[in-house]
Design a protein around this ligand. Structure first.
Ligand code: GLN
Length: 599
């Protein structure tokens, strides 16, 4: 097993996750089986109890793990299925060590950070790295480990010490360290400053870890002299200093890294048993994707009616899924975040300008999505958005809470069920259309929901969503909820036109709704956004974008599901496209400096 440890310097939030995923993408394209581990040095056991305001979205895995959103990047970039143990937190490590102590397994010894916590970290990493993360069951050959936060944080110390020891445990040719550092360009001087990177690398060395690669993150491209300076001052050969400036799309990051010699360096440093890939076809699909993303001409506008709209990371996977679907169809996504509260009567009274602006935004959009969420705030606004989409034939996708609000709205306004609500928001409601699932409400917040991958069976007969899924009998998607549609109301809802076209294996849980006679009014109790991939968009999202651009009907009738994206995209085709691609790639800095690239 080979390990690449990715550490961060100066500040966090500069794309360490994307850079780590990009290492994986590059290696995967070399034919290597890759896995990844994300380390979050906080005390929480997992991300389950996090507020989306603080940390962004909680990402859910097949096994029900509620983890950091960076694991989403790994799954999407590498198209793998990670396990909850691929996310390590200080909380998990201490929990395991304390349990061992209680079992008396330390034989009377004093239990300490060094060696007990550091040993536990190393053992965890070794154990998890060898777990298969792909359907074919292959054992990974390279494990990318991303250490969250920055070097020098108190919380991360035990991990840094663990890896200092780990490099000797696994031997030099099996371990390398990549340090991602900010190279700021203060407006006052206008030039790039290397001092923060020098200090960060010095700290890293002080803790016993030497960077093999220094990855400079900057807003604008940095010049060769800056790379040389960093090489000189940080004691790293110039070819091991990479520069990644802000790029129009994250899909370009692996390409820019590859163009700076990452592959030959890793082959040499980690003694990888592969040959230098042939430049002509290397990462072709990825290059094609990056090119397509930048050359989308037509636009599709989608409104996301949510509650955590101030921090866009709160809807990271939903946003990415919308992008995957739009790119696949050749459209540039214009995403409008609408705070659900602003659609409510109360806002009309207090701040009418905001109210009317929010409604204008909603009405102007081509399609609407109401994503998942928790708590009462904004519920009435979401219900209003559902109603407007239903009555105005506006393409609509509801996810989890979005499905529950669609059902409540239908109950209130079509079935005339007064005060219909979810017991999450009104425990006394006379018409509880959405109720809690008793077995998942154990009075403890962390890890007690209906979580992870479950099967949804489609009902017999035709439905757009079933067709979008390729007319399969069933699908497996990931869940994260405590409440569900009350089965007692299903017959009445169906009779009025709200069809439950997917349910669980026992026919107890309603999973998908589709509205009769509407161009696209679909909602799912599960979260399809967790399984969307850049080259494999999620069907419910694909349906929303298709309907929003008026192409759903022809897509379904022509049965173009298996066709390549180009058939239904507006992109150029054939040789014109290839030559454009070539021109585009040439414009990427550093691309021409290494002979092994496709050019
Ligand atoms: N709050 C709702 C529930 O627990 C919806 C959850 C969600 O949207 N993820 O069922």
């Amino acid at each position: 097993m080979k390990y690449i440890l990715v550490t961060g310097g100066v500040i966090s939030g500069i794309g360490k996750g994307v850079i780590s995923s990009s290492f994986g993408t590059i290696l995967k394209n070399c034919g290597i089986h890759v896995t990844s581990i994300k380390i979050d040095p906080y005390i929480n056991i997992d991300a389950g109890t996090f507020s989306p305001y603080e940390h962004g979205e909680v990402y859910v895995l097949d096994d029900g793990g509620e983890v950091d959103l960076d694991l989403g990047n790994y799954e999407r970039f590498l198209d793998v299925t990670l396990h909850k143990s691929n996310n390590i937190t200080t909380g998990k490590i201490y929990e395991s060590v304390i349990q061992k102590e209680r079992r008396g397994e330390f034989l009377g010894k004093t239990v300490q950070v060094v060696p007990h916590i550091t040993d536990a970290i190393q053992e965890w990493v070794e154990r998890v790295a060898s777990q298969s993360v792909s359907e074919d069951g292959n054992t990974p050959e390279v494990c990318i480990i991303e250490l969250g936060g920055t070097i020098g944080d108190i919380d991360g110390m035990a991990f840094v010490e663990a890896f200092r020891q780990f490099q000797f445990r696994v031997k030099r040719e099996n371990f390398c360290c990549a340090h991602v550092s900010l190279v700021p360009q203060p407006r006052s001087t206008g030039e790039h400053k290397t001092k923060p990177t020098q200090t960060g690398v010095r700290d890293l060395r002080g803790f016993g870890l030497s960077p093999d690669l220094i990855i400079c993150r900057s807003e604008k491209p940095v010049g060769e002299e800056i790379k040389e300076k960093i090489s000189n001052f940080c004691h790293v050969p110039p070819e091991q200093v990479l520069a990644i400036h802000d790029l129009p799309s994250i899909y370009q990051v692996p390409l820019l890294m590859e163009s700076q010699g990452v592959v030959p360096f890793l082959i040499d440093r980690l003694q990888l048993n592969i040959r230098l890939p042939s430049p002509r076809n290397f990462m072709r699909k990825w290059r094609d994707l990056a090119y397509r993303v930048e050359h989308l001409r037509k636009e599709v506008t989608i409104s996301l009616v949510g509650k955590y709209t101030k921090l866009q990371d709160s809807y990271a996977s939903v946003t990415k899924s919308l992008q995957h679907a739009s790119i696949h169809l050749g459209y540039k996504l214009k995403l409008k975040y609408i705070d659900a509260c602003n659609l409510e009567e109360e806002t009309k009274q207090s701040t009418p300008v905001i109210f009317y602006e929010a409604w204008q935004e909603l009405c102007k959009s081509d399609g609407v999505i109401v994503p998942g969420g928790f708590g009462k705030r904004g519920i009435e606004g979401k219900i209003e958005a559902c109603k407007w989409c239903r009555l105005n034939n506006k393409p609509f996708l509801g996810i989890c809470l979005g499905m529950q609000t669609a059902v409540i709205e239908f109950g209130r306004n079509v079935l005339n069920l007064s005060n219909a609500n979810s017991t999450e928001f009104d425990s006394e409601t006379e018409n509880p259309l959405v109720i809690d699932m008793p077995e998942h409400n154990q009075g403890q917040m962390g890890g007690t929901m209906r979580l992870g991958k479950r099967t949804t069976i489609f009902t017999e007969g035709e439905s757009a969503i079933k067709q979008l899924y390729g007319n399969k009998d069933s699908v497996e998607e990931r869940h994260r909820h405590r409440y569900e549609v009350n089965p007692k109301f299903v017959t009445a809802l169906e009779a009025a036109g709200m069809k439950f076209v997917g349910h669980d294996e026992k026919l107890e849980r309603m999973e998908i709704i589709e509205l009769e006679g509407h161009p696209y009014y679909v909602a799912t109790q599960y979260h399809p956004e967790y399984l969307s991939r850049p080259l494999k968009p999620s069907p419910p999202f694909l349906g929303l974008i298709l309907a929003s651009v008026g192409k759903l009907e022809s897509y379904l009738s022509k049965d173009t599901r298996k066709a390549s994206p180009e058939i239904i995209s507006d992109n150029d085709s054939g040789s014109k496209r290839t030559s454009k691609l070539k021109t585009h790639l040439l414009s990427i800095p550093f691309m021409d400096r290494f002979p092994f690239t496709m050019l």
